[in-house]
Design a protein around this ligand. Structure first.
Ligand code: 5AD
Ligand code: SF4
Length: 441
């Protein structure tokens, strides 16, 4: 029958961080090579894959809800459902045991090259899975199938050796391993030739990058020399790996964006120790001073967890104090969520009541909003270099949305541009989350 000869079509949906988005691009490349076709229309797909996240309970819940919705929508129409990513390695074959879910195959983050095989096996009798975590797999031989746009992600290292006590990532993604500088530079050159203007280097612990004698500073310097790459960003780093050598590379290259994500997590020394973050409040503040001295004009963003096990009101006040002192340009804030398999889940009690977590996150949000309002207002009257990302904003189809070097979103209400254009913009207005401006001719 005709159906028999057609390529099987795949619909894939991604949850979680940029690394997961990138992994979906790898999966697209691997399955395209294996003669699968991709569709944007889930109703047409023979196979639906969810590339999942496990970082907080909320991430799990979203996926359960999504699978139930797929089963409901596809009632009576055959479909294979695959779970990929961090929830796969976190929950493992428990996912098959949940009868309500009807999962057909499971693949962890280091098993995507085996997907063609797992999918074909799922048409047989068994329930195939591969959850092996590798000490070597970096997918350095797969060129991701990217969706276009101005930014391309490159995973330069994978995995994590830090074991922050709250975090599931070392268990879902395994140990750290890095690609070679030469291999990454080659990919950057190819991306420049393909028209990408910006590259974001990715890793769960990106600044612990190490390949043979090369560290992250060497890698950044090498990528910064690639012709045609006008902006380079990186995420997510750990505060423990910011030597002066790296800050000097950042300061020396115009195409390295002056922005660092510096996850604080908590302000109290006792909580930082319980979290196994390996720095004290004072050391964190000293690092901020050093970064600001070595890389003038740097923008800093952060992640904060409220209500970690045993955190008292006074200890939470220390988080507010650090936020007030540092004045981050932006912050992601989370209520602590106990994750299966982590050190905290085994050795500590998730004893801060939900209502207190909510109270703390509200207080933190209010403070951060005021800080961003103040910091953004300072940009009014300045001319910033903005890279256009797209045409059309919520307010008007004629506006353009772009990003300043320091990662702030800028709405431009005049002119005609292409995505990727970098233009000088005079900032005329500011709100806590955005800037507005007009091009300078
Ligand atoms: N609960 C809440 N937030 C978490 N994060 C990581 N693990 C947890 C958890 N168990 C946050 C951290 C991290 C960000 C990506 O997610 O702030 O930096
Ligand atoms: Fe989620 Fe962390 Fe996995 Fe990214 S690495 S998908 S944030 S659990």
């Amino acid at each position: 029958m005709v159906r028999f000869q057609q390529k099987r079509t795949v619909f894939v949906e991604t949850y979680g961080c940029q690394m997961n988005e990138y992994d979906t691009e790898l999966v697209r490349a691997i399955l395209t090579k294996a003669d699968y076709a991709f569709t944007q229309d889930e109703a047409q797909a023979d196979i639906i894959m969810l590339n999942t996240c496990a970082i907080r309970e909320h991430a799990h819940r979203k996926v359960y809800g999504r699978v139930h919705k797929i089963l409901h929508d596809r009632a009576g129409v055959p479909v294979k459902i695959g779970i990929l990513g961090c929830m796969a390695t976190n929950l493992r074959t428990e996912l098959f045991e949940d009868r309500g879910l009807k999962i057909d195959f499971i693949a962890g983050p280091d098993s995507y090259k085996r997907l063609p095989q797992l999918i074909s096996e799922s048409y047989g009798e068994g329930k195939p899975f591969d959850l092996t975590l590798s000490e070597f797999e970096t997918y350095s031989d797969v060129y991701p199938k990217r969706e276009g746009g101005v930014n391309a992600w490159i995973a330069v290292m994978r995995g994590c050796n830090n074991f922050c006590t709250f975090c599931v990532v070392p268990y879902t993604r395994g140990r750290e391993r890095s690609r070679s500088v030469g291999n990454i530079v080659e990919e950057a050159q190819r991306l420049a030739a393909d028209g990408f203007k910006q590259i974001t280097l990715l890793g769960q612990n990106v600044n612990s990058y190490r390949h043979e004698e090369h560290d992250f500073a060497d890698l950044m310097a090498a990528v910064a020399r690639v012709k045609g790459i006008e902006r380079i960003r990186f995420t997510s780093p750990h505060p423990k790996d910011f030597p002066d050598k790296f800050l000097e590379v950042m300061a020396a290259h115009d195409n390295i964006c002056k922005q660092i994500h510096l996850p604080l997590q908590a302000g109290s020394d006792r909580i930082l120790e319980l979290m196994n973050r390996t720095y004290t409040q004072e050391e964190f503040l000293r690092l901020v001073d050093n970064i600001r001295a070595k890389v003038p004009g740097i923008a800093l963003s952060t992640d904060v967890i409220v209500g970690f096990c045993t955190e008292t009101d006074e200890e939470f006040d220390q988080t507010l104090k650090v936020m007030r002192e540092v004045e981050f340009d932006s912050a992601f804030m989370f209520k602590y969520s106990q994750r299966k398999g982590t050190i905290a889940s085994r050795k500590m009690e998730d004893d801060v009541p939900e209502a207190i977590k909510t109270e703390r996150i509200v207080a933190l949000n209010e403070l951060q909003r005021d800080i961003m309002e103040k910091l953004n207002a300072r940009h009014v009257g300045q001319t910033m270099s903005v890279m256009i990302e797209k045409k059309g904003t919520r307010k008007s189809d004629d506006n353009f949305l772009g990003r300043a070097d320091n990662n702030k979103l800028v709405t431009i209400s005049d002119g005609d541009f292409q995505a990727g254009d970098i233009i000088p913009v005079m900032i005329t207005g500011a709100s806590p989350h955005q800037l507005r401006g007009v091009p300078v001719y």
